[in-house]
Structure formats: structure tokens, C-alpha cells
Design a binder for this molecule. Structure first.
Ligand code: HEM
Length: 489
């Protein structure tokens, strides 16, 4: 029996170190199969008119295709001038939707808000993203995107554009992060005309171009892409799976593996936000109707679709190489691998060829994820709950926090940075807890001079100063030993 499915003799299934119970909401591979051959035909219908309108206007018309027409390879695509396509096609759609029937239909669809949208819920869903910001981002990059390279059929399309080759992977990740920021920014940004709405439609049109070109090349040269085997490129099943990777997979796997359990309401709100993105991007939305249904589809798709191929392992490697020692994380390869292994589990990581990092990288990542940040979070919640100081929970929390700070102080007294001589992702992960978080949960660092000197080093970093100026321009960075004046006082 494969790593994908271990029948535990009951309804329990195990799939790449993730265990779940099969329910009537789950879908067998046979039930999912037709979604491989259905896709966003509405955008497809618009490509011809959009292209001729673009050519007749003064806009820049792309000379190169976003799809590699050579054999799929690990090298940067010759045709990644996608920016031209995206901008041109969206603007052309917006300005000409009254002139062509198909354009009118697409414009109407993306500007019609379905009955199930509750804007208050969408706004709460956006807040969920910022409440768990760093952990959400870690889950998205290391688990949803990197682990997503385990989906063999999706990789077949991705490897034909070169978007995940080593040279451009970082830019591609930043584009994806920017899309998520646009989606989560504010209610205005996700409403029609807002940045999240517009950039989702741009991505939708880009997908249509990629799909169309792969299909055209496959018609001329069937060996280029096997539709029967992999389905239509960017089909409904893959699209639903990708919306899952931004939402349910983050909720039930990525965050949980970092020790964060969303409440039922937070989960429902976050899924509702991404269901709206599914609507704008032309993917099926019914499967996200309830959290139960969404979770069951996520698990069904994991079971039937996650099956890493050598091409997926190459793209996963490319992501690690592309991110190594680059801003904003400046993480060493070892720390990146430890994070990827932590979030994806051993069996999937092995199959994706993710290396086994050195022990120090493991220790740093595990300690920050599992001990320090959750301990501090718990102590803060207890304080917010006004639980008296003599309550055993408070005592245990205080004791753990002291132990954590002492361990940190010892480490930082002999190292400049958490993982040794180099600034890494572990430093980025911990700084908020030692600084800005003290505005919400004040605690002193007087007994920890090693941490004090570390915070001074952090404060001298130009990147930190720049990030604070952009992210929190009004806030005085809490880099001293004494706690800052609490927001609540
Ligand atoms: C339905 C949810 C999806 C979302 C929200 C999404 C999001 C994105 C974003 C943000 C970009 C970057 C656009 C830019 O350049 O600024 C992108 C590009 C792209 N996406 Fe998607 N995507 C989804 C589904 C898929 C699926 C299912 C596939 C393939 C099977 C796919 C394949 C691609 C390709 C080929 C590109 C452009 C070139 C490249 O980077 O390889 N996407 N997508």
C-alpha cells in the first residue's frame, strides 16, 4: 500500500502523515475525475476578442508567450513576460466589456456578488489572516506552495511556464504573496474594483492564456502535454485544490503543525473569503459551502492527487534554492529544509527530495515554533482572561516563559543570532514576540542581558528599521529591557 493511503481497518485514512476519517462528504477519485476535464470556459471564450482588441489598441502587445514551447525543463522560461499579458488583458476587458458578448458575460460574472457572500464574514476572514500573519505566511510558503509540488498534475503545467525555475521562483512567490495581501487587505480591496478583485481577474486571464497555449502546443505536438493523463491544464479540480492550499490546508495542516488551532468561526470566515476568490477566479465554489464540506474535499483531493513526481521534486528544490539566503528571511538552506520538513511531514518531504538539515537548524526551528511563541501566546490569552495570578495555569505559564527566556538568553549570549553567526528566518520569527508583543503583554527583560544586546543588534539592522517604518510608522520599537507602556493601560 502506498504512502498515500493506509487503510487502518476502519474509516480512518492516512495520507502523507496526515490522518482523517472518511465521511459521506468525502469524494472518491472517480467522483473527482470529471473535474479534471472541466475548466473556466468563460475566460477561454474571451481570449480571441481580447487578443484582437489588444492588437488594435496602442497597448503593449506581448511578443512572447508565457509558455515554454520547448520540452519542459528546469531552466527559466524564455517567455515569462506575463506582466504584459496580465495588464493588457485586464485593462482591455474592463474597457471593452460592452463591445463583445463574451467579454460582457465575463465582466458580469466577476462583478456579480453571489447570495452566499456576507461582507461582515469576509471582513472577519481577512482579519484571521493578519491575526496569525507570520504563521499563515510560513504555512503558505513552506507547506501549501512547496508541499503543493507533490501534486503531480499541477506540476505538469507549472513546469511548462518556467515560473518555478531557480532564477524566477522568488519573484513568483512574491507575486503570490502580493495577491494574498491584496485579497486580505480590506473589504474595499476584495469588493469589485478593489486591488484583490482586480489582481484575481488578472491571474484568471493569465491562467486562460497559459491553458490555451499549452492546449495549442499539445494539438500540434501531442508529446508536449498529455491531456488524457493530466487533464486540461489549470482545470477545475486543480483550481479547487489550489484554493484549498490557500485556505483549508493552511487551517487544518499548516497552522496546526505550528501549534495553532483556529476556532470554528475563524475557520468558517477564512474559508468564506477564499470561496469568494474562487468565484472571481472562475473555479467551482460549492465545495467551500461549509467548513465540513470544504475539509472533506481537501482530504479527498489530497488522497487522490498528491503523488510527487521527479518534476515536482525539481520544483520543490528550486523553491529552496531560490529562497536560500535571500531577503526578507535570509534563511540558511538548513533552516528552510527544517521548516519544509516540519510542515510537510517526513514521507512527503522524502518523496520531494527535501534534504535532512543539520541538528542546529532543527533545534532552532522546533524551539521557536513549538515552545517559545505558543507559550507567550498562551500567557497573553490568560492575562486577557483576567485569571488571578495564583491560578495554577498562570503559574505554569510564567514558569515556562521564564525557562524559555533563560534558554534564549544563554543562546544569545554566545551567538549573535539565533542559529549562530548568520541572521536567519528564526530571528525573523522571534522578534515580534520579544518586541511589539510586549505592548499587548508587557514583560521585562532585565534579567536577560543577552536578549537585550540581541535586540540592540536587531534595532541596528537597516531591514528592521525599514520594515518598522512601513509596517508600524507610529510605533516606537520596543527594543529596551523594560516593557513598553501597554496598549491596554
Ligand atoms: C484557483 C486558484 C489559484 C490562484 C489563487 C492562483 C494564483 C496565482 C498567482 C497569484 C499567480 C501569479 C500571477 C503573477 O504573475 O502575478 C499565478 C500564476 C500562475 N498560475 Fe495560478 N493560481 C491558482 C490556480 C492555479 C492552478 C490550478 C494552476 C496549474 C495547474 C496554476 C498555474 C499558474 C501558472 C502556470 C501561472 C503563471 C506562470 C507561472 O508562474 O508558472 N494556477 N497563479
Amino acid at each position: 500500500m502506498s504512502q498515500r493511503e493506509v487503510d487502518m481497518g476502519t474509516d480512518t485514512r492516512r495520507c502523507w502523515d496526515y490522518e482523517f476519517v472518511w465521511t459521506p462528504n468525502h469524494l472518491t477519485a472517480e467522483k473527482l475525475d470529471p473535474l479534471r476535464y472541466s475548466f473556466d470556459t468563460l475566460s477561454e471564450d474571451c481570449l480571441k476578442p481580447l487578443n484582437s482588441l489588444s492588437q488594435s489598441s496602442n497597448d503593449v502587445v506581448p511578443e512572447q508567450s508565457p509558455v515554454n514551447n520547448g520540452p519542459p525543463s528546469n531552466t527559466p522560461s524564455q517567455g515569462m513576460k506575463t506582466g504584459l499579458w496580465k495588464n493588457d488583458l485586464y485593462t482591455t476587458l474592463r474597457d471593452n466589456h460592452e463591445k463583445h458578448e463574451a467579454l460582457g458575460r465575463l465582466w458580469k460574472q466577476v462583478n456579480t456578488i453571489p447570495d452566499w457572500v456576507d461582507w461582515e464574514q469576509i471582513s472577519r476572514g481577512q482579519e484571521v489572516y493578519y491575526r496569525y500573519g507570520l504563521s499563515m505566511t510560513v504555512a503558505l510558503v513552506f507547506q501549501s506552495l512547496l508541499g503543493g509540488m507533490g501534486t503531480g498534475n499541477v506540476v505538469e503545467t507549472l513546469s511548462r511556464t518556467g515560473g518555478f525555475s531557480t532564477k524566477v521562483v522568488r519573484r513568483r512567490l512574491l507575486e503570490t504573496a502580493q495577491h494574498t495581501l491584496h485579497v486580505t487587505q480590506s473589504l474595499e480591496s476584495i469588493r469589485p474594483g478593489g486591488a484583490g478583485h482586480v489582481s484575481t481577474i488578472r491571474v484568471r486571464l493569465l491562467h486562460a492564456v497559459v491553458r490555451h497555449q499549452i492546449m495549442e502546443l499539445a494539438k500540434k505536438r501531442p508529446s508536449y502535454y498529455n491531456v488524457e493523463k493530466h487533464g486540461i491544464p489549470i482545470n477545475d479540480l486543480d483550481s479547487v485544490g489550489t484554493i484549498h492550499s490557500f485556505s483549508t490546508i493552511v487551517i487544518w495542516i499548516g497552522l496546526r503543525r505550528q501549534g495553532i488551532y483556529l476556532s470554528d468561526r475563524e475557520a468558517a470566515d477564512y474559508i468564506a473569503l477564499w470561496r469568494l476568490v474562487a468565484h472571481y477566479i472562475g473555479a467551482p465554489t460549492d465545495v467551500f459551502e461549509t467548513p465540513e464540506k470544504a475539509r472533506a474535499t481537501m482530504e479527498s483531493i489530497m488522497l487522490s492527487e498528491v503523488d510527487p513526481t521527479p518534476a515536482g521534486a525539481v520544483l520543490a528544490q528550486n523553491m529552496i534554492i531560490g529562497l536560500e539566503n535571500t531577503p526578507p528571511l535570509f534563511a540558511s538552506r538548513g533552516v528552510l529544509e527544517a521548516m519544509a520538513r516540519w510542515l510537510n511531514g517526513k514521507s512527503l518531504s522524502d518523496k520531494l527530495g527535501i534534504g535532512n538539515p543539520d541538528i542546529l537548524s532543527w533545534i532552532v526551528v522546533c524551539w521557536v515554533f513549538l515552545t517559545f511563541v505558543p507559550t507567550l501566546g498562551r500567557s497573553m490569552m490568560i492575562r486577557l482572561g483576567n485569571i488571578p495570578d495564583d491560578n495554577p495555569l498562570v503559574k505554569i505559564g510564567n514558569e515556562r516563559l521564564k525557562r524559555g527566556l533563560s534558554a534564549l538568553d544563554t543562546c544569545l549570549s554566545s551567538n549573535d543570532w539565533l542559529a549562530g553567526d548568520e541572521f536567519t528566518a528564526a530571528d525573523v520569527m522571534i522578534v515580534f514576540s520579544l518586541t511589539t508583543m510586549r505592548y499587548f503583554y508587557p514583560y521585562s527583560l532585565r534579567e536577560y542581558p543577552g536578549i537585550g544586546r540581541y535586540l540592540q543588534r536587531i534595532g541596528r539592522r537597516e531591514a528592521y528599521q525599514r520594515a518598522m517604518r512601513i509596517g508600524d510608522p507610529q510605533l516606537v520599537p520596543a527594543l529596551g529591557l523594560d516593557p513598553p507602556k501597554s496598549f491596554g493601560s
